[in-house]
Design a protein around this ligand. Structure first.
Ligand code: AMP
Length: 300
């Protein structure tokens, strides 16, 4: 399965991605996590991304596409992947299409998680992440697990709030998501027939169920959908044959209108000309008919 998960910050796509990972055994590729790793390691990219992320903006498309190209070329992504947080702009979506065409690995689904704005604010302000095992919790809906299960050797989590989960940054992230991601990117994919919308409000397990249902909807038991191009052309003739048929059909249509309209008019005209021409040379018996008709109409 090759899936794109789309959703506002706080829509739960990261959590649901982890469940898909368990089910399908394919990697979750979170561009946010990749950037945070760079940040933690203090790489040049991490240093560059730090301020952008803290302000709730987007890292430039070229950098993000380079990250994705590198990640998708790794062996564990050959059998499938779950993209979480990418693509986030139209340019990224277009770049991804080209990259996947190169890699001959078309997408199976684009899942759009939908959550109310108020609920998003509540979720993000309550979100906490364990510094050690990276588990995500929410002080309102999913408090850190008891008894604790952290990394080996640790008996409890150490939860912190992400720097970009403060209210001011959250509002900016939601605004940027709406403007640069939700409208343009879902619009971009709406033409592919791959988009599945999931109501991401309610219990985590309910959302997971909806997610699996929607992925399975087209593929029966196993949630494997056909690639966009195949799906859109399913049942249609192959392009070469279709083109041939179209070429064949067009002249037939033109010929029909010509053979019905123009030749009929031409034939009438020709007949009239013949009649007029022959009228002069006609034997008297025929030429005399017309004046006779005119006379009778005058009488009337
Ligand atoms: P996330 O964890 O997906 O919410 O991402 C955290 C932050 O990383 C975002 O607010 C952006 O600043 C940056 N980021 C993650 N993915 C992308 C992307 N595809 N394009 C641009 N910036 C990104």
């Amino acid at each position: 399965m090759r899936i794109v998960l789309m959703g506002a910050p706080g829509s739960g796509k990261g959590t649901q991605a982890q469940r898909l990972v368990k089910h399908f055994g394919i990697p979750q590729i979170s561009t946010g996590d990749i950037l945070r790793k760079h940040l933690a390691e203090g790489t040049p990219l991490g240093l560059r991304a730090k301020e952008i992320m803290a302000a709730g903006g987007y890292v430039d498309d070229e950098t993000m596409l380079a990250i994705i190209r590198d990640r998708l070329s790794q062996p564990d992504a050959k059998q499938g992947f779950i993209l979480d947080g990418f693509p986030r702009t139209l340019a990224q979506a277009d770049g991804l299409t080209k990259l996947l065409r190169e890699l001959r690995s078309p997408l199976d689904a684009v899942v759009l998680f939908e959550v109310d704005q108020d609920e998003l604010l509540r979720r993000l302000s309550g979100r906490r992440v364990c510094e050690f095992c990276k588990s995500v919790f929410n002080i309102h809906t999913n408090p850190p697990s008891v008894p604790p299960e952290c990394v080996p050797g640790r008996t409890e989590h150490r939860v912190v709030q992400r720097a970009d989960d403060t209210e001011e940054t959250v509002r900016e992230r939601l605004r940027v998501y709406e403007e640069k991601t939700r409208k343009p990117v879902s619009g971009y994919y709406s033409y592919t027939g791959l988009v599945r919308t999931v109501d991401a409000q309610g219990e985590l397990d309910e959302v997971t169920q909806r997610l699996f249902d929607t992925l399975a909807a087209n593929g029966g038991k196993k949630p494997v959908a056909a690639p966009a191009v195949k799906k859109r052309n399913a049942g249609r003739p192959k392009p070469a044959k279709r083109a041939a048929r179209v070429r064949k059909r067009k002249p037939v249509r033109k010929a029909k209108s010509k053979s019905k309209a123009k030749p009929a008019r031409a034939a009438k005209k020709k007949k009239a000309q013949v009649r007029r021409k022959s009228a002069g040379r006609r034997p008297l018996r025929q030429a005399a008919r017309r004046p006779a008709r005119r006379k009778s109409s005058k009488r009337r």
